[in-house]
Design a protein around this ligand. Structure first.
Ligand SMILES: Cc1ncc(COP(=O)(O)O)c(C=O)c1O
Length: 350
């Protein structure tokens, strides 16, 4: 299908741009999904047609992201923000402490929720450095008795990303991968649980992906509300209640698109190239642009910088807003901490 659609250079952090091919396929199938005479949105989540969509999306994510067999993939709702709560509700037990690495506003929020529910501590933080860096592994002073160690693999607003992940031994490692899931190959076996809101790298908002190791899942608390229990959703293949069917369908289509691009390795290569283009401009600008993250903590997903001259920075924003074809955002922080951030999508055709 040839297209004459005028698409914006959508650099929004999330929800973010989806591949045009995926949007067009969804458009084609919107009112009549595979001859069913109805949209995926109108179908029963117990129907044979939807079951195929659901099962395929799980299988495809497992294959693409090399998720071992001893992990469950769940499709939940409530965004990554509800995971901040569910994680602590399910796994932070009386007498235990959960360790959090503070690398930005999302990890602050995750920690805040855990504190409401139990004993949680910050074991390392880059807050004093305006979240410009990721702490080193040596700084992660967790204890062997901890309920878990929580990290945010990519800090959307500050533009920092863990280049590698620590080995926490028998202490379960949990990662909020909302803004870099599927952007690069990951050794899933290092993690007890990974979660991500879909709207940045995987599809539209409304679906939250949870990848959880089965033996870790077994240790989850039982005395919590049904819908907030991971076990409920794992036992029912994420069909305990009505899942966000259209979002899961879209996620499946994005995964097919990633597969067609050559998989996660190919996407990672492309991400490196895309990010290098922008970082090179920043680095060669002789102080015209000022990058936020220190070099070894730079994100390949979110590139954050300032224009040194504040008047020119205002022009940068007004120019991009006027053109309507380059969507950038000012970080929602105080002037001192603010930076421009450009989302350099995992699997988006930006
Ligand atoms: C790293 C990270 N974690 C969590 C969230 C919150 O996600 P949600 O809006 O799905 O609750 C975001 C959202 O932007 C994010 O970037």
């Amino acid at each position: 299908m040839t297209t004459t659609v005028k698409r914006a250079y959508n650099l929004n952090a999330g929800p973010s741009a989806l591949p045009l091919e995926v949007l067009q396929k969804a458009q084609e199938e919107l009112v009549d999904f595979k001859g069913a005479g109805m949209s995926v949105m109108e179908m029963s989540h117990r129907s044979k047609e939807y079951d195929e969509v659901h099962t395929e999306a799980i299988a495809r994510l497992k294959k693409l992201f090399a998720i071992p067999d001893n992990y469950e993939v769940l499709f939940l709702q409530g965004g990554a923000s509800l995971q901040f709560t569910m994680l602590a509700m399910n796994f932070l037990k009386e007498g235990q402490t959960a360790s959090y690495v503070q690398t930005g506003s999302w990890s602050e929020k995750a920690f805040k929720e855990a504190k409401l529910l139990g004993d949680a501590k910050i074991i390392a933080s880059s807050k004093d450095n305006n979240y410009k860096n990721i702490p080193t592994f040596d700084e992660l002073t967790f204890s062997k008795e901890d309920a878990y160690v929580h990290i945010t693999s990519n800090n959307t607003i500050f533009g920092t990303e863990w280049a590698d992940f620590p080995d926490t031994g028998d202490v379960p490692l949990i990662a909020d991968m909302s803004s870099d899931i599927l952007s690069r190959p990951v050794d899933i076996s290092k993690f007890a649980m990974i979660y991500a809101g879909a709207q940045k790298n995987l599809g539209p908002s409304g679906v939250t992906v949870v990848i959880i190791r089965k033996d870790f899942l077994e240790t989850a608390a039982d005395n919590i509300p049904t819908m907030l229990k991971y076990k409920t959703h794992a036992e029912k293949n994420s069909l305990y209640n009505t899942p966000p069917t259209f979002g899961i369908y879209m996620l499946g289509e994005v995964l097919k698109w990633v597969e067609a691009q050559g998989g996660v390795e190919a996407i990672a290569k492309r991400n490196k190239e895309k990010a290098a283009l922008i970082y090179n401009v920043i680095d060669r600008s002789e102080g015209f642009y000022i990058g936020h993250a220190v070099e070894d903590s730079r994100s390949l997903m979110n590139i954050t910088f300032r224009v040194a001259d504040e008047d020119l920075e205002k022009q940068f924003f007004s120019g991009s807003e006027r053109s309507r074809f380059c969507r950038t955002r000012r970080s929602p922080f105080s002037r001192r901490m603010s930076c421009i951030y450009i989302q350099c999508r995992t699997c988006r055709n930006v």
